[in-house]
Design a protein around this ligand. Structure first.
Ligand SMILES: Cc1ncc(COP(=O)(O)O)c(C=O)c1O
Length: 443
């Protein structure tokens, strides 16, 4: 099927409906069909669509001071945003470098880590360690870090060598172990990787605090990040937590790192920072690392035309104000539990549901062919895609994940805007139960 027009669309296997309106939690197409956005697109629309406060902030900023080159000026919008983020970030993270997309933030963090080592007289440190089943974006540097095989394969010869260790995915433990008897072997794998690479060569370890898009919302087991932090400290390896998806309130805390009392050296954020209305991402870094760059070479060798963008910063300031004024972190924390309870009540006994996991407003539901053996459906059945499509036909927009159990594995992710109502939660839970019955009953 060849789509018409001149757009090179994201999907070439189907014609995309024409969206004509997005308001609150609803998207409407040209035929008047309405869809409840239960994943905020790819977990990005955190405050609902069409927020006037963000639009006004953007409008005012454009009229007042739209673009100034970030090497020539700073503005109140950018300074205010950094100050707010410092107040909400893990302790000691008090400097923020702004970019546009999540992959850019990841690449910025990887480069920043390297330069921090250079400033500290450790020029041999350049290697990066990450995890399988991770997602860090699709630009070449971020993709090299990411551990999603299907996205990596076509470009594998072009990817920089990054060492991947197993993800903390207890349901399908790479070591065939069970928590807590495993003694967190998946965390200890970091130490082994550092030793194998040569500790004096390793720059950083990057991990999603809660595995998001690829594994479908898997929180780490207790003690995982404590162990990771100890290993990083021991080997002077910098810890980059990628919170592009799980930051900015998504899990019921400003940053998911708070759940695990872990302070990274660098933290990435994006998506919800602009509420989906505008592209903005950031890297937060510990003040002492910033100081090392300041008193060392005196500049971070990085940049971009749209870095530190005033209009994007104004939008993000409006987003943060809404989260604060509407007490949304607390709401996500409380209502997240309700979503979890409702999903469990409706689905946990289903013969094809293996796991319901998540935190706050980030939930993954994993489907299997056989619940007792956890055998997944063969990928060619495209179960996740079929459930996604059935939900779409019921007027519910979700996010699908696949290929995390070997090359099989199917899941649906729910990550609604923080303002979803109780009735809407019931609606999306009921729709999923119905779609699952329809799809699993038809195989
Ligand atoms: C954890 C994580 N990092 C990075 C990215 C890349 O962000 P973007 O799509 O804005 O480049 C994503 C996107 O889903 C993500 O989930």
């Amino acid at each position: 099927m060849k789509p018409g027009g001149n757009v090179f669309p994201r999907k070439l296997d189907r014609l995309l409906p024409l969206a004509t309106k997005a308001e609150d939690l609803w998207i409407q197409d040209e035929h008047g069909n309405r869809y409840l956005d239960a994943s905020g697109g790819p977990l990005v629309v955190s405050l609902g669509h069409g927020r006037k406060e963000i639009a006004t902030a953007v409008y005012d900023q454009i009229l007042n001071c739209d673009y100034t080159h970030p090497t020539m000026f700073t503005t109140s919008a950018v300074e205010d945003l950094a100050r707010s983020l410092a107040a909400h970030s893990p302790p000691g993270i008090d400097r923020f470098y702004f970019m546009s997309g999540g992959a850019e933030a990841v690449e910025t963090a990887i480069k920043m880590a390297r330069q921090i080592h250079l400033e500290n007289g450790r020029p041999r440190r350049f290697q990066l360690i990450s995890r399988w089943h991770s997602y860090h974006g699709l630009t070449l540097g971020a993709l090299a870090a990411a551990g999603r095989t299907a996205f990596r394969s076509p470009f594998a010869p072009m990817l920089k060598d990054v060492c991947h260790i197993p993800a903390p995915y207890c349901l399908r433990c790479s070591f065939g172990l069970h928590y807590p008897d495993c003694k967190l072997k998946c965390a200890l794998a970091l130490e082994e990787a550092i030793e194998n690479l040569g500790p004096e060569t390793v720059s950083a370890f990057i991990a999603e605090t809660i595995s998001g898009a690829t594994l479908a919302a898997v929180p780490p087991p207790p003690g995982y990040f404590k162990k990771i932090r100890e290993i990083c400290d021991h080997y002077q390896v910098l810890l980059i937590l990628d919170e592009v998806l799980c930051g900015l309130g998504r899990t019921g805390r400003w940053f998911a790192a708070e759940h695990y009392s872990v302070t990274p050296d660098l933290i990435t954020m994006g998506k919800g920072l602009g509420g989906g209305a505008i592209a903005i991402s950031a890297v937060g870094v510990l003040g002492r690392h910033f100081d090392a760059i300041c008193s060392g070479s005196g500049s971070f060798v990085h940049g971009g035309t749209f870095s530190h963008h005033n209009v994007a910063a104004a939008a993000a300031n409006a987003v943060i104000r809404i989260i604060e004024e509407e007490n949304l972190i607390d709401r996500v924390h409380r209502h997240g539990k309700i979503i979890g309870e409702k999903l469990n009540r409706a689905l946990s006994d289903h013969p094809h549901v293996a796991d319901i996991r998540g935190k706050g407003f980030l939930w993954g539901i994993e489907f299997v062919k056989d619940k007792t053996t956890l055998d997944p459906y063969p990928r060619k059945e495209k179960i996740a895609e079929r459930i996604w499509k059935s939900l779409f036909d019921h007027g519910v927009l979700a996010y699908s994940a696949a290929g995390f159990a070997g090359s099989d594995g199917d899941a649906i992710i729910y990550g609604p805007p923080y303002t979803i109502s109780d009735d809407q939660i019931d609606f999306i839970v009921d729709a999923l139960a119905q779609s699952l019955d329809e799809v699993s009953g038809s195989i």
